[in-house]
Design a protein around this ligand. Structure first.
Ligand code: ZN
Length: 111
């Protein structure tokens, strides 16, 4: 498996790169309370999902480094906060007039 020898350091670089960007973005994570306008759940720990596909990311990295790099950057920079209860990307700040209005209107999503 001579041809696979370069693959290990490459995958290590990809893992470090993606992990690094993820860590940087999570440092910027807001501590504010958020409310989901779909189900009414309140959270200060929204989940985040990246757009695109991890499989495409790996293929691009393996095929050509630069597109893989760009694709990784695009995916990590377009991560969206989603509701941990229902998965909707409709979280708004709870500590706003609109957020408080939503909290009163919607049933409490405690579960
Ligand atoms: Zn929700």
């Amino acid at each position: 498996m001579e041809s696979l020898r370069w693959l290990i350091p490459l995958l290590a670089v990809v893992a470090i790169f993606v992990g690094g960007i993820r860590a940087l973005l999570s440092l910027r994570r807001s501590e504010e309370s958020l409310i989901c306008t779909t189900c009414g759940a309140e959270t200060d720990m929204p989940q985040s999902t990246a757009r695109g596909s991890f499989a495409i990311e790996v293929v691009l990295w393996l095929a050509l480094i630069i597109p893989g790099l760009l694709y990784s950057l695009w995916r990590q920079s377009t991560r969206r906060k989603v509701c941990p209860a229902c998965g909707s990307a409709t979280l708004i700040l709870a500590d706003t007039p609109d957020g408080r209005k939503r909290a009163e209107q919607l049933p409490k999503g405690k579960s």
